[in-house]
Design a protein around this ligand. Sequence first.
Ligand SMILES: C[S@@+](CC[C@H](N)C(=O)[O-])C[C@H]1O[C@@H](n2cnc3c(N)ncnc32)[C@H](O)[C@@H]1O
Length: 266
Amino acid sequence: MQGSAWELFELVAAEYDEVVPFFASFGTAIVAAIEPPPGCRFLDLGAGRGALTAPALALGCAVTAVDAAPAMVRHLAAAYPDAEVYTMDAQALGLPDDSFDVVASAFAIHVMDDPAAGVAEAYRVLKPGGRFAFTGGSARSRGGPAVSAPDELGVRLNELFGEFAAYLPADGSMGTPVDAADLLDAAGFVDLREDFAEVATPFPDTAALWRWSMTHGYRAFIEDLPDDRRAEFHDRVLALRAKDLVLRRVSGVWSGRKPGTGDLRG
Ligand SMILES: C[S@@+](CC[C@H](N)C(=O)[O-])C[C@H]1O[C@@H](n2cnc3c(N)ncnc32)[C@H](O)[C@@H]1O
């Protein structure tokens, strides 16, 4: 993987979350965990196709959504005319200080070149007392409520990725393992929390699982594999067997409050 992560998302924007609504389902669960108050000013950082934007709008929030990939932003603008959408680098936002009640970012902070810069910008644009919440890539998490059985699709898929990680080049793959609590703490957030969001996504068959894998961050991993290993990986995904073809995932939703008056989350 060369360049910044958003370049891959630019490439896959038209198909992103179209094979199965994996990120849209996660977004609904994440917004439910955040509980933004109706009418609040809500910023979606690294918004993609609007996984957080849609449920925040449905709750009556005034939503601003930004993404570095122009193609993602075109889709967002077409799908959510009620949101303010911008092509913008979340690490250097062209938005004023102290202007949002809630800032949220789903599966985007850990793919940024400098995750700490993204978190610092979230802090800057939040009003005092406002809360920032994010998901994705934290190395330190209580792990969530779901217990995976060994024959679940998610476990099988993790095993496959674990096995093929050995063939990646040293500088390959997307995403930095981040420590959510350290990132939030270093930016100045207080009252840190870890909530959880869970999804269960059914796939019609393993061909759909492969198509889905090629339309988001997994694609960076797959493209980094040497040609022969990529072909083998493809065949192994198609041959995956599990008790059902339902991908169950749990993510920590890490959040902190910008010091100041009150916690809007209640
Ligand atoms: C895995 S997708 C998540 C999208 C959406 N939040 C969701 O849950 O479906 C990561 C998104 O982060 C965006 N992104 C990556 N780096 C970015 C940056 N520096 N600034 C803004 N967006 C960025 C990508 O373009 C992509 O849309």
